[in-house]
Design a protein around this ligand. Structure first.
Ligand code: ZN
Ligand code: ZN
Length: 180
């Protein structure tokens, strides 16, 4: 597995590098940061945007890129919506092997949107690991400390760690084995 982060806003290089490092460590894979990507044309200038719009954009990007094998992870500051949800921190498409996470609902404690503070960066990493975990075939986990536990609020995200519980780690290893 390889992960390429696609920033849909000018995420500061240190924050992007830290996210890539965190993902590489937790998935035991290579992770890199692509250049800033213009947000999908259909993204409304204000208000909520369907996460699906970003997932479709990432899927289109893959067909244009030579980096066909990587999991593409979009990072946005847009407020993401999904069916039957008021908002989502992120969403994944397992078949297309793409995922998107948003900073929008992760709070504003310290730093700026482009260069978020440490707490926000930690939350972003957890939600990014969670969505990439879905791409790697992991489902939601009942262990509230496991990164695959579903977060409905920032407090849930703060409670869980960026890492996988033993059961999820085992499933992840099987996925890695199957795809090389
Ligand atoms: Zn989830
Ligand atoms: Zn778990």
């Amino acid at each position: 597995m390889r992960i390429t982060i696609v920033p849909y806003f000018p995420l500061a290089a240190p924050a992007g590098a830290r996210l890539a490092e965190g993902l590489a460590g937790l998935f035991d894979c290579a992770a890199d940061l692509a250049a800033f990507a213009p947000p999908p044309a259909r993204q409304p200038p204000s208000g909520q945007c369907a996460a699906r719009v970003f997932l479709d954009d990432l899927r289109d990007r893959r067909s244009q890129r030579s980096a066909a094998g990587a999991v593409l992870l979009g990072v946005t500051d847009a407020d993401l919506g999904a069916k039957r949800m008021n908002f989502v921190f992120g969403e994944a498409d397992r078949d297309a092997r793409v995922a998107v996470v948003s900073l929008h609902r992760l709070g504003s404690a310290g730093g700026t949107e482009a260069e978020p503070g440490r707490i926000i960066q930690d939350r972003l990493l957890k939600e990014a690991v969670h969505e990439c975990g879905h791409v790697a075939d992991l489902d939601h986990c009942e262990d509230p400390r496991c990164v695959m536990h579903f977060s409905s609020a920032v407090a849930d995200t703060d409670y869980k760690g960026p890492g996988f519980c033993a059961a999820c780690q085992k499933k992840l290893a099987q996925y890695g084995h199957g795809t090389g």
